[in-house]
Design a binder for this molecule. Sequence first.
Ligand code: SF4
Ligand code: SF4
Length: 446
Amino acid sequence: MKFSKYHIATDELSEVDMKNKRIIFSTRSSTSILVEEELYQKAITNDFSGMNKKIFNTLVEKEFIIPVDENEFNYVISTNKEARDKVNFLSMTIQPTANCQLGCHYCGQTHSKDTANENVINKYVERIENVFSKNEVYNGLSITWYGGEPLMGYSSIIKASKKMIEVCKVRNFTYISNMITNGLSLKPKLFEQLVRECNITDYQITLDGTSESHDTRRITKKGEPTFDLIMKNIVDVTSTETYSNYKCNISIRVNIDKTNYQYVDPLIELIKELGLQDKISIYFAPITDFGGNDAGKESLSLDFFAQKEIEWLFKCYEYKIRINNILPQRSYSVCMVQNKNDEVWDAYGNIYACWEFPYSEYAKGDSLIGNLFDTEETYNKNATLRNWDDVLDSGKTWCKTCNHLPVCGGGCPKLWHEGTPACPTFKSNYKDRLLLDYFIKKNEKK
Ligand code: SF4
Ligand code: SF4
């Protein structure tokens, strides 16, 4: 047996009053364990002599200790493929309109008033029926609504949802749905319709800090501020009975760079003041270039961002604001590009593998899989990013030799494709995250 290379660890923990101890985390099983320093030092040299049998068995079960002749990279890649073949939910992303009210500087899209008409909607439904009939593995459908701003095409969303829900009903399949929206039009009345008629229960809304920073960047095309309107919508929507009865969630995404990281703490304070802490969740995202649009020119360094993120996560934990996982889960597909049947459709019926492609400079050429109005035989099976497994195996990115691979999957294939390393902040702040997770779990047990 040998100690898995797919593990990470904190330093020895004397500094936090846990002398001669260390937390280890298997990225193969997404499990963290507090161990004695002596055990760790011996284990990493594959010396398991004298190890308590129960601890040894736990370390084998959680994949810290593995067969000596196993090629771990091959094992992880083949396990991922097997898991993907068994995924029983078909996940499609629909960008029903090329329209958006906002003019954010970091957006890589070109907007127009075009929205999916009845013919396009019928093609969405036809494609779903077609994929279902050719793949017996599925028993559910998940639809993500994205844009442009999807609510600029809300009547297409309502029409298409009703048809897709009916397809699932006839087959006795589960139907779930979520939306990425700027939140400007998400008034309670519309929200209730989207939940009750379209099963859209999860929403992601972006706030770039408090109004001081948000209103310098997430402005309308005419330059008008949007923070107060969006925040009011969040407060109103989360106060509805529908929000609690249907177990809805709004996840607030904060896009961050050098020009607004100072406004994240005040945003967290405001969320608490407004009593939203047990209603929404929050996460933090660095701004990066979009296809060479220079949006990332004010990016924070990964290390600085990661350090600030830990402070924000601690603050959210103190304020009881829900945060997404402190520690990452095992990832069997990096994102939709690795699931061959998962597709993105735009308002014209164009098909892509990545949701950043429609309405952008990627909208044509090799990135285009095809169009729903054409026959499947014409589709480009080798469209940009669909070859992510080959890219990983080729060693063109750092991922093949990275011990984070089983939980990371490679970050974002599009970023690597553009020549930007896509490592998540976890790679820089995992030691602090392991400790934060440990203390949270310890407190929960009290
Ligand atoms: S390649 Fe990147 S941007 Fe595209 S869907 Fe995957 S994670 Fe998202
Ligand atoms: S993206 Fe970075 S952290 Fe993720 S597997 Fe690749 S090298 Fe590792």
